[in-house]
Design a protein around this ligand. Structure first.
Ligand code: AMP
Ligand code: ZN
Ligand code: FE
Ligand code: FE
Length: 282
């Protein structure tokens, strides 16, 4: 049987709804050969996942997803990161501080409208990396939104009454810091940025100047034609191809671990190439 993997997975360490251990158990029950934990702005889910994986035949890759700003949002994935890298830790601490600053403002706006939310309680409940999906969850629980999507649409998405900007690490620094931490930087979900062919090429070329090593070619909802286009781009630019579902659990109910919206099929060979690249890195 062909070995299947999923290299883009979120847990409760960021805004996923399954704990790292539950994600590992689900991956094992789906007979996946490997998953990468790629939480937003934190590496803290990896050790629980890796411990849980010792009990089953599942490989867990340490990873991260950093949200950056570059003519809009661009996400950079990093694989096989040195979890102890002090430089990366310092940047991640800064990102969490900026999140806290933004999140406190969202809380105040909600409180002013009579929604009883305490940021302290949110941190206790959801952990260190609080994102807007957590606020959406609270809005759903309070009966103010029908689901997370609705919460984004009506309250915390751009243009909504509780929308607040936050500061991002730059695209350039995000790629460099992953390299400094011995990781492999990969451009996440390239079709999410609504770029045409020449704009996407420009983005890829700019990222490569900063040290990009890979392109996420297989992703939930991408058609076969789109995937083929991205794989051709990766080959043309001598970038590694990666792929994953962007599983978040029940906050993104249409996306399933391993198979995305149904037909995602990421081959183990992608991970083999990633490992080879990591061994080659200086
Ligand atoms: P934050 O980084 O805290 O501003 O939250 C952004 C995260 O919210 C993204 O990484 C997505 O996972 C999630 N997100 C953004 N828009 C939506 C949406 N319309 N519905 C559900 N989740 C969303
Ligand atoms: Zn997320
Ligand atoms: Fe992303
Ligand atoms: Fe993601």
């Amino acid at each position: 049987m062909k070995k299947k993997i999923d290299l883009h997975v979120h847990t409760t360490a960021s805004d996923g709804t399954l704990t790292p251990k539950e994600v590992v158990q689900l991956a094992a029950s789906r007979s996946l050969a490997a998953i990468a934990i790629t939480d937003h702005d934190t590496l803290s889910g990896y050790s629980e996942a890796s411990n849980a994986a010792e009990e089953c035949a599942l490989e867990v890759v340490p990873g991260i997803e950093i949200s950056t700003e570059y003519n809009g949002a661009v996400h950079i994935l990093g694989y096989y990161i040195d979890l102890q890298s002090p430089d990366l830790q310092a940047e991640l601490n800064w990102i969490v501080e900026e999140r806290d600053y933004r999140n406190e403002k969202i809380c105040s706006l909600m409180q002013r409208d009579g929604i009883a939310v305490s940021y302290e309680e949110m941190k206790e409940r959801f952990g260190a990396v609080i994102g807007r999906p957590h606020f959406a969850k609270i809005l759903v629980e309070r009966g103010l939104a029908s689901d997370v999507q609705d919460g984004f649409r009506r309250y915390i998405g751009k243009g909504g009454p509780y929308y607040q900007r936050r500061q991002f690490l730059s695209l350039e620094r995000s790629i460099k810091i992953i390299r400094i931490a011995d990781g492999i930087p990969v451009l996440a979900h390239p079709f999410q940025y609504r770029l045409d062919d020449s704009e996407l090429r420009e983005l890829i070329e700019h990222c490569m100047e900063c040290g990009l090593h890979g392109l996420e070619c297989l992703y939930s909802g991408y058609t076969e034609k789109q995937s083929r286009y991205l794989i051709n781009l990766a080959q043309e630019y001598h970038l590694l191809a990666t792929g994953g579902s962007d599983f978040h659990g029940s906050v993104k109910p249409l996306i399933q671990l391993g198979c995305g919206t149904g037909d995602l099929d990421v081959p183990y060979s992608f991970l083999e190439e990633l490992k080879k690249e990591h061994l080659k890195m200086p």
